[in-house]
Design a binder for this molecule. Structure first.
Ligand SMILES: *Cc1c(COP(=O)(O)O)cnc(C)c1O
Length: 424
């Protein structure tokens, strides 16, 4: 009997995320990855133009990270993080506190982005509960994305994800993202929300809304909204799961804010795509609200794989790379090249808008309505056929490459986009 290929075997028992299987689209089997390249079963190669959901920023199969993880694995594989502690987590806390905004003082570990957000939301509710108060409402941006567990999904405003669950979510009120021309209006809306509701927290993706289509908003506007919330004793949660570790130009997007968030959520590039791990960091003031002679005022929340030592080792190796002169130079280079490309195509008739922030390049396509829907899938396939993995979000094509992408690979991505503009 002939050996079945991976695509055939995949179809037998697997259920993929974000997939309507009735459409019967094949999943591309990847058998190997190195640097910015993915290799399929038939030996074709693809440039990973989105760093596998913006995680593998130092490249696939990074030798330094593999070495650090291997060493850790051989020394201490895993222990519970309740009642026990270990050096990788301690060392990581020291390193992260060094580079996070100054007001961050304590780190709580989880194992993925959504659970980091859920922990942040629970911290916020309990922060008030521990003070004998009930605050039951969250404030979030329209079209935000914070994950797929119930708490995180509640904060998310993308209806394509939330549809069947709308009736089962936490109480959330939404405001538009601040732009230069609407800030006064948004501030007024927020002021009303703050006076009419019992708000616990304001949760936001700082500067860039990822899943919404790499949409940017005004840093100064966000700063003013945070200030307004903090004046009303409402906690501010920065979801830096996408933006963290250098994507927007600074190590963290929150760095450019004057008013620092009370809570910051990290995952994705935290471990360079090598291990599922996440962190919810917070201010001393928030942490202190959980200190009490009453045991139950502590934070009774845990995931089995909290602070997994192998994940912590990967994160430590990632942080040393992030701050290496080589990666810093690459980050600047990518931003410069993005800007050159953006200037070149910005007047193209099929482009509505091109944006660049840090290593993020986003292109909104001008579409005829009847093409919308299928177009995203057609573009995805077109790019794969061109040897590039890009995953358009609606009518937005974005590039967020690993920092280690070579100049030639980066130019190949731009060329594929230009070819797409001529083809569609
Ligand atoms: C990916 C992402 C999440 C969810 O993280 P998961 O690990 O997929 O649960 C939350 N917020 C933002 C901004 C993200 O990009």
């Amino acid at each position: 009997m002939a050996v079945e290929n991976l695509s055939t075997r995949d179809k037998k028992y697997l259920w993929h995320p974000l997939t309507q299987h009735k459409l019967n689209k094949p999943q591309l089997p990847i058998v190997k990855a190195k640097g910015a390249l993915l290799f399929d079963e038939d030996g074709n190669e693809y440039i990973d133009g989105i760093a596998s959901w913006y995680t593998t920023m130092y490249g696939h199969g990074n030798d330094q990270i593999i070495a650090a993880m291997t060493k850790q694995m051989q020394k201490l594989d895993f222990v519970m993080f309740s009642g026990l502690t270990h050096e990788p987590a301690i060392e990581l806390s020291e390193q992260l506190i060094n580079i996070l905004p100054d007001n961050q003082a304590k780190l709580f570990f989880n194992d993925n982005g959504s659970t980091a957000i859920d922990a942040a939301i629970k911290m916020a509710f309990q922060y008030f509960h521990n003070d004998g108060k009930k605050r039951d409402t969250l404030i979030a941006f329209e079209d935000g994305f914070h994950g797929d567990t119930f708490g995180a999904m509640s904060a998310s405003g993308l209806s394509s994800y939330n549809g069947p669950f709308e009736d089962f979510l936490l109480k959330v009120v939404r405001i538009p993202v601040p732009q230069e021309n609407n800030l006064e209006l948004v501030k007024k809306q927020l002021t009303n929300i703050l006076s009419e509701n019992s708000c616990a927290a304001f949760i936001f993706e700082p500067l860039v809304q990822g899943a919404a289509g790499m949409k940017f908003h005004s840093a100064q506007g966000l700063d003013e909204l945070i200030q307004l919330c903090q004046t009303h004793d409402v906690l501010c949660i920065a979801d830096e799961i996408m933006t963290g570790f250098g994507k927007t130009g600074t190590d963290f997007a929150s760095e450019v804010l004057v008013n620092k968030p009370d809570i910051i959520c990290l995952s994705k590039a935290l471990t360079a795509g090598m291990f599922p791990l996440s962190i919810t960091s917070c201010s001393q003031k928030l942490y202190d609200r959980f200190l009490s002679d009453e045991v139950h005022k502590g934070f009774f929340h845990a995931h089995t794989f909290s602070a997994h030592p192998i994940g912590c080792a990967a994160a430590l190796a990632g942080i040393s790379l992030l701050n290496s002169s080589e990666i810093k130079e690459r980050r600047q280079y990518i931003e410069k090249e993005h800007n050159v490309f953006a200037a070149e195509v910005k007047n193209h008739e099929k482009i509505a808008e091109v944006r660049v922030k840090g290593v993020i390049l986003a292109i909104d396509l001008q579409l005829k309505m009847e093409r919308y829907g299928n177009l995203r899938d057609e573009l995805y396939q077109f790019f794969l056929n061109s040897g590039v993995l890009l995953r358009p979000l609606g009518n937005t094509v974005y590039v967020l490459p690993p920092y280690v992408i070579t100049n030639i690979q980066l130019q190949k991505i731009y060329a594929a986009i230009k070819k797409a503009l001529d083809t569609f």
